[in-house]
Every structure is written in structure tokens, then in C-alpha cells.
Ligand binder design. Structure first.
Ligand code: SAM
Length: 288
């Protein structure tokens, strides 16, 4: 039997030998489609002169493709039970460092500095789906010096993250991701590509970091509070949502909307990024 991490029989025997059982709670669906990991590694900038931060190694299927191509790979994995398996599957690579930690508890800029020094770094991962949004926000809000984030997410989440701001498909997370970078879908992956197969299809997205809008946001905290408030009550008009959650006077919100040339009945989900930025500035002037 070929000792390949995409050979289902081999993977099952490896897991059996180590007495490993998948944890649903930790989002453990391991990639077994041989075409997917090399594509993620190549499109995710795993190459000489580049560092890669991987989140969630599983048994090392993507890790192996990354470490073969990149200068250095640092992977963060929460499940200690996987470490003896990883020793066997990817233990031979001197340019790989696996850290036993919860990624959400990692200080990302400090980790990058310690692990990669001056190397340009990108993130590549098949994310645990139960914490996709918290991980993306943790990476983005850390302002860590990352070049790209290339990650597998649920197809539905990929659609949401790449939807144009100002359309029904977009949400607060869409605004956040598109504030911190430029996002695109790279390719779709069927549920049969995983062991065990999840209940949904997946897609790989890539965020090219860079904040084209940062100069237009005078107060980032206020901007995101406004966005979250509007989306948390997305069926309400903006006037009702912002007055309820931010405590603004309705007449003042209406006047801000008029300055922005927006109708009184508008909802958060209809505002484009430019309109959100303008409303943020007008509200700040009005209420500070
Ligand atoms: N990269 C592997 C692959 O593609 O086959 C595994 C991907 S699996 C979808 C997600 C992995 O993330 C699992 O190995 C899981 O144990 C790990 N994980 C879950 N929560 C985590 C956390 N908070 N921090 C770090 N790793 C986590």
C-alpha cells in the first residue's frame, strides 16, 4: 500500500495504528484529494524565500506540500493527539516547526517575528470551519505583516466573503475582509475530497493584504461598530438599527443620511463600501 497521505486506505491504517478518532468539535475533516494540497501550496506562495504559517495540520497532508516548497513552515495545531502522527508523516523536514497551541490565543505579530524574522510570510490553511470567522478576524485585526491568506472555507462562506459590499449576500465579515485586503475565490472543492466528508462543499479563497480604505477611516473602532450595529439588525432600517444599538438620535441619523444623499429607509446591506466610508465620516462629525 502506497504510504501517501491522500491514499485513503493508508490514512485509515495510520489513524488506526495511532488509535486516533476524528474530533467533530475541532472541525477535523482531512484532505484526501491529491490535487488540492499542491494547488493551495502553489497558489498560496509556498516558495523559496517565503515563509508559511499553517493553521491546523491534521495529519500533515497540506503541511507536506507546503514544507517541500517554502523556505520555512510554522504550523499551529491545537490537538495534541496528532503530534505522534505528525512525527511520522512530516517529522523529517528540518524547515518545519509545529507548535501545540490554539491559534486564537497566539500573538500573531510576535509569532511571525520569532519564527520568520525578515522572511515574507503568507498563511495557508484548510481552516477548522467552526471558527472560520474568528480566525480570519484574529489574523486581520492583528495587523500582522502577512502578504496573503489562502484558506479553504465552506463554499457558502466563500460566497459571502467575496460578495460585493452593498449586496444581500454581504455581511459585517465581508466589509471587514474587504477593508483589510482584496479577496477572491480561487477554486471549489467538493465534500468528497475530505475524510470524513463534511456536510457542505468548500472553496479556497485568497486575501491579498493591504488596506486601500484605511486613509478614509478616521476612527476604525467607530467604523466597525457602525458596520456591526447595522448588520446585527439587518432587516431594520439603518435609522432604527443605529439608534437602537449606538444610541444615536434618529433625527441626527436622518440628517447624516441626507448629507450622504441616501434615503431614510435604507438598510445597512444596501450600502456600498464608499457609502459606508462616507456615512462613517459624516456620523463622526455629527456626534463628536
Ligand atoms: N490541514 C489538514 C488537512 O487539510 O487535512 C487539517 C484540516 S482540518 C479542517 C482543521 C485542523 O485544525 C484540525 O487538525 C484541527 O485539530 C485544527 N484546529 C482546530 N481548532 C484549532 C485551533 N483553535 N487552533 C489550531 N488548530 C486548530
Amino acid at each position: 500500500m502506497e504510504a501517501s497521505l491522500t491514499n485513503i486506505r493508508y490514512v485509515r491504517s495510520l489513524l488506526d495504528r495511532h488509535g486516533f478518532h476524528f474530533s467533530k468539535k475541532l472541525g477535523q475533516n482531512f484532505l484526501i484529494n491529491p490535487e488540492v494540497c499542491p494547488r493551495i501550496a502553489e497558489m498560496g506562495h509556498a516558495a523559496a524565500g517565503h515563509g508559511i504559517l499553517e493553521i491546523g495540520t491534521g495529519i500533515g497532508t497540506l503541511t507536506k506540500e507546503l514544507v517541500k516548497r517554502a523556505e520555512k513552515v510554522t504550523a499551529v495545531e491545537i490537538d495534541q493527539r496528532l503530534f505522534p502522527i505528525l512525527e511520522e508523516t512530516v517529522g523529517q523536514y528540518p524547515n518545519l516547526h509545529i507548535i501545540h497551541q490554539d491559534i486564537l490565543k497566539c500573538d500573531i505579530p510576535a509569532l511571525l517575528e520569532e519564527e520568520f524574522g525578515d522572511l515574507p510570510v503568507s498563511v495557508c490553511a484548510n481552516l477548522p470551519y467552526y471558527i472560520t470567522a474568528p480566525i480570519l478576524m484574529h489574523l486581520l485585526e492583528s495587523r500582522a505583516k502577512l502578504e496573503t491568506i489562502t484558506v479553504m472555507v465552506q463554499k457558502e462562506v466563500a460566497e459571502k466573503l467575496t460578495a460585493p459590499v452593498g449586496t444581500r449576500e454581504a455581511g459585517a465579515i465581508t466589509v471587514a475582509v474587504q477593508y483589510y485586503g482584496t479577496v477572491k475565490q480561487l477554486f471549489s472543492v467538493s465534500r468528497g475530497s475530505f475524510l470524513p466528508p463534511p456536510n457542505v462543499d468548500s472553496a479556497v479563497i485568497q486575501i491579498q493584504l493591504g488596506t486601500p480604505y484605511a486613509e478614509q477611516v478616521a476612527d476604525e473602532k467607530h467604523f466597525f461598530r457602525m458596520v456591526r450595529s447595522g448588520f446585527s439588525q439587518r432587516r431594520k432600517t439603518l435609522v432604527n438599527a443605529l439608534s437602537a444599538t449606538m444610541g444615536y438620535d434618529k433625527a441626527a441619523i436622518i440628517s447624516a443620511l441626507q448629507i450622504c444623499q441616501l434615503p431614510e429607509t435604507i438598510r445597512m446591506e444596501s450600502l456600498t463600501m464608499e457609502q459606508l466610508l462616507l456615512l462613517h465620516r459624516v456620523l463622526l462629525e455629527q456626534f463628536l
